[in-house]
Design a protein around this ligand. Structure first.
Ligand code: PHE
Length: 451
């Protein structure tokens, strides 16, 4: 078999994994969660979740991927041949596929908003709620944007690991950080800056309930791209010198900083406009923010135009680097296991996701009448993947690496065959054996009871 590709540089490894992690979850979901769950109190709990559960699970995915140098399904099979543990691998690839199908729909919306803001269509004072719902429920517009977005993902994936994913991430991540820096600086000058910061940095512990803790764990999993086969597949392209623990820390630090900086952009903007609440929910990015950008900068419309164009560009690019990491686990599996060329495998994934993506997109509009259990197809995909399969996958990863794999194998992998000193190894093992599976099990049961 031809030699398997690897990432070519350390920075490429970190930026590709960070590209997967930084996405709609940071720019859109994180500020919404902070707004709903008590500002800084949520942020503190979120940080604890990243440290105690997120990083250990990420290191574990790295261990599985790097040790086997194989796609996620083959990886589990190699590590525990002939056992039920292979469900872990199947789960990873399957859930990446499912999430991908609706992630591209929302990504298509971000593409539309980028185009619309560059064409200055968002700035004329209008009813943004109607604008959004007209767009989403139109039979062809969101489908067309999702298809274009999907083709962009496809073009990157077919170029391979080093020339596609790595090169693109090395280009995009610095660009993203630059856009964030510009937007943060702009937000200093907003009238709502002090109030926005106060809201974000003042912890309201009275709002902390078990539900808030559960939301923080869920957010950490989603934002760090855990349990979806993505990071496990990326790790299969790491070379033997990559420091797994350090990489997991770097990725988590980048992801968390980006999330918090996005709060620095969004809250000052939201507090600059009277009557707009910080906890607007999912409509925040597509309904509230265009309105906010429009009003907050009405004295200097050109800045409003630039601010909103850059913001939606940021959102779209972050979705793009995440989307490629959802495409890759499925493509790698089909390429390696079904013995198709990488090109054909990628086309197969692209076309089948597009078809399902179209169904998801139409289910928000013309096909909304078709519902299963009160959910349209889009919501159903989201529910099954995020609420059911993901937590199960998290538990499987934690149990698999914590209990099934030998301590020696895990130790060798984390310390690069005893060439690195990793003083935190014992703490990592304790977290992955006990804390992660128990914490995730609690979320899972709770979500199911609520759901
Ligand atoms: N982590 C991404 C985000 O924050 C979402 C994602 C999940 C991407 C799983 C890839 C895989 O938006």
């Amino acid at each position: 078999m031809a030699q398997r590709s690897n990432f070519g540089s350390k920075i490429g490894v970190v930026l590709a994994a960070a590209g997967s992690a930084v996405g709609l979850g940071n720019v859109w979901r994180f500020p919404t969660e902070v707004g709903n769950n008590g500002g800084a109190a949520f942020i503190l709990i979120y940080l604890a979740c990243v440290l105690l559960i997120g990083i250990p699970v990420m290191v574990s995915e790295f261990v599985i991927g790097r040790h086997t140098h194989a796609n996620t399904i083959t990886a589990y099979r190699k590590l525990a041949p002939g056992t039920w543990w292979r469900i872990g691998g199947i789960e990873g690839v399957f859930v990446a596929f499912l999430i991908f199908c609706y992630y591209i729909v929302v990504s298509g919306w971000t593409l539309h908003y980028t185009v619309a803001s560059f064409l200055n269509r968002l700035s004329t004072n209008q009813d943004y709620k109607a604008y959004f719902s007209d767009f989403v429920s139109s039979p062809w517009e969101p489908v067309a944007y999702a298809v274009v977005f999907m083709l962009m993902v496809h073009l990157i994936i077919v170029r391979g690991v080093q020339n596609g994913i790595e090169k693109f991430s090395k280009l995009m991540m610095p660009a993203l950080l630059l856009i964030i820096a510009i937007l943060v600086i702009c937000s200093f000058s907003m009238t709502g800056f002090t109030e926005g910061m106060k809201f974000m940095l003042h912890p309201e512990f009275s709002k902390v309930t078990p539900d808030v803790v559960l939301s923080a764990v869920g957010q950490a999993f989603y934002s760090l791209s855990l349990a979806m086969g993505c990071l496990c597949t990326y790790a299969s392209y790491f070379d033997s010198k990559t420091n797994l623990m350090k990489t997991a820390f770097s990725v988590s630090v980048i992801d968390t900083c980006v999330a918090i900086l996005c709060g620095f952009i969004i809250f000052p903007a939201v507090f600059s406009v009277p009557g707009v609440e910080a906890n607007e929910g999912p409509g925040l990015v597509f309904i509230t923010l265009p309105h906010v950008f429009n009003i907050a900068f009405h004295n200097v419309p050109i800045i409003g135009y630039l601010f909103s164009s850059l913001f939606y560009l940021l959102l779209m690019l972050s979705a793009l680097t995440s989307a490629i990491s959802l495409h890759e686990p499925v493509t790698a599996y089909i390429h390696e296991e079904w013995h198709l060329s990488r090109h054909r495998a990628a086309w197969l994934v692209t076309v089948s996701c597009m078809l399902l993506g179209v169904v998801c997109s139409l289910s928000m509009g013309v096909w909304n009448g078709f519902q299963i259990g009160g959910l349209c197809i889009f919501e159903l995909f989201d529910f099954i993947s995020a609420k059911v399969i993901l937590p199960l996958g998290g538990i499987i990863i934690a149990l698999f690496v914590g209990w099934k794999l030998s301590r020696k194998l895990v130790y060798d992998e984390v310390t690069n065959r005893n060439t690195l000193r990793i003083p935190l190894f014992r703490i990592y093992l304790f977290l992955i054996r006990w804390i992660a599976p128990l914490a995730i099990a609690v979320i899972f049961v709770n979500e199911l009871i609520k759901g």
